[in-house]
Design a binder for this molecule. Structure first.
Ligand code: FAD
Length: 462
């Protein structure tokens, strides 16, 4: 008698076994039919190329961890999912493919095409869950329209609520199938955090125990380890936000953390859900401003733009807070959120370079680079998003530095040329000539460029 056909679990941005509803569905179906589960990852050349060496290296490590937790049964196939999925199903006789739904533009197009291709062979693509606590598109105003503004979205999102984490299935019968093998991890040229589901849980538990209580006060301080560093794990789905939300609620119930700390962290997760929701409703926001705020001729162009962009990318603008952030990004593939806002504001409003150029560099270097979070946060800083910081709110890189890195420790850590300057003096090296040898002069004058931006904004509105 032929053995029962397996079912396929196609991993994408959900590189974990715990709290994985699509896995629960796949296992349930396999048990009902007596088949086993093909744990499949498709190395899509289009996504691989756009990931850049930092995310490629992280992904390769995360896949290695996932392969280990499937007892070495993870099947990796290289190629376009539109052709790989039908091939795997034809090879194994599988009648269904389980996934967590994708919501970003590329993932939606890919899944629709895969679904159609599979349907032609009488195979069903089954979507269960998503990378979010509440799937994008679900939280709507009372009038049934998408939210434009974060705070009411968050209120409605909290009211909507989310499911409890999905149970971890025991003894999954992973199918043995030929694999093209794990991708070679390129040299990321940066020191990356540990990848994989176990590392994500360890990081989260350590933060719950030691970081969360102080999160409301420390989260804006790049000189302190005040945030959870979970963004790469969330980006790759090594841990699900629902797990985090359930643990937050439990920590409050047990009295381990104050309600305010949990609420502040929950609110940051709500930003992640909001940006995914905005991109779902406005897929064009990945490339285009949701609204224009300055005239087209306000932007730097040609050689001047390239020169400014190069100084910004390499962390040699002469503004310590900007340069520290850009060098932290190059060295680690990550940058503190406060500093991301400062460097983004500086690029758009001091250097007059379009946000898309900055977003492109971030996507090339960030280990947590994610199209919805990156593009929408850039639009927020640039003032071009729906619910964005007003364009006239222009970060002053010096006062931001003094406020959020009061002893200058963050800037001295990433910009060694500033190590001869004590305390907050490191934020204004031009006041102590000769004490920061090798550190560049300021490429622009912030006060002057601020005025230029405000004039551009006034013209943009007239
Ligand atoms: P924590 O402070 O511990 O926050 C916990 C989680 O909440 C984060 O992991 C993240 O998932 C979410 N979160 C926190 N802040 C934000 C925010 N502003 N927007 C959305 N979600 C948030 N985040 C990405 O994950 N990928 C990106 O590509 C990305 N690009 C950004 C670009 C710019 C210009 C800016 C200003 C922010 C960007 N962010 C991005 C958001 C934020 O900077 C990072 O999520 C955060 O720094 C990650 O560090 P953490 O995990 O220690 O955060």
């Amino acid at each position: 008698m032929p053995s029962p056909a397996p079912t396929v679990l196609w991993f994408r941005r959900d590189l974990r076994l715990a709290d994985n509803p699509a896995l629960v569905e796949a296992v349930g179906e396999a048990r009902a039919t007596g088949g086993d589960v093909v744990g499949l990852y498709v190395l899509d050349p289009a996504l691989w190329a756009s990931a850049g060496p930092v995310r490629q290296a992280y992904l390769a490590r995360s896949l290695r961890a996932l392969a280990a937790s499937t007892g070495g049964r993870l099947v990796v196939r290289h190629g376009d999912p539109r052709s790989v999925l039908p091939r795997v199903c034809a090879e194994t006789g599988a009648r269904s493919v389980h996934v967590a739904a994708s919501y970003e533009p590329y993932g939606r197009r890919r899944d629709d095409a895969v679904e159609a291709g599979l349907a032609a062979a009488d195979v069903t693509l089954r979507r269960t869950g998503s990378p979010y606590a509440v799937a994008p598109g679900r939280v709507l105003t009372r009038g049934g329209t998408p939210f434009q503004v974060f705070t009411p979205f968050r209120t409605a999102w909290l009211e909507h609520g989310w499911r409890a984490p999905a149970p971890l299935p025991d003894d999954v019968a992973w199918a043995a199938l030929a694999s093209d093998g794990l991708p070679d991890a390129p040299d990321p040229g940066a020191e990356l955090p540990a990848a994989g589901e176990a590392a994500a849980h360890d990081r989260w538990q350590a933060f719950l125990a030691d970081g969360l209580a102080d999160y409301p006060t420390d989260r804006d301080r790049p000189d302190l380890a005040g945030t959870s560093h979970l963004s790469p794990a969330l980006k790759w789905g090594e841990i699900h936000p629902r797990t985090l939300l359930a643990d937050l609620a439990a920590a409050v119930r047990s009295g381990a953390v104050p309600d305010e700390a949990a609420a502040t962290y929950r609110s940051e997760l709500a930003w992640r859900e909001f940006h995914a929701d905005v991109l779902f409703h406005h897929p064009g926001a990945a490339q285009r401003s949701l609204r224009a705020v300055v005239p087209e001729d306000a932007w730097a162009t040609g050689a001047a733009e390239e020169r400014l962009l190069a100084a910004w990318r390499e962390g040699r603008t002469g503004y310590p807070m900007v340069d520290a952030g850009m060098r932290q990004l190059l060295a680690t593939g990550w940058m503190h959120n406060r500093v991301r806002m400062i460097v983004a504001s500086f690029l758009v409003k001091d250097l007059h370079v379009r946000w898309q150029r900055g977003a492109e560099h971030f996507m090339a270097r960030l280990v947590d680079g994610d199209v919805s979070q990156n593009q929408l946060n850039w639009q927020w800083v640039a003032g071009t998003g729906r619910d964005a910081a007003p364009y006239f709110r222009i970060f002053n890189p010096v006062t931001q530095g003094v406020k959020f890195d009061p002893d200058g420790e963050y800037v001295r850590r990433w910009v060694p040329e500033l190590r001869g300057l004590a305390g907050k003096a490191a934020h204004e090296p031009w006041k102590a000539p000769g004490n920061a040898p090798g550190y560049p002069e300021r490429i622009v004058d912030h006060a002057t460029e601020r005025k230029v931006s405000l004039e551009d904004f006034a013209h943009g509105r007239s």
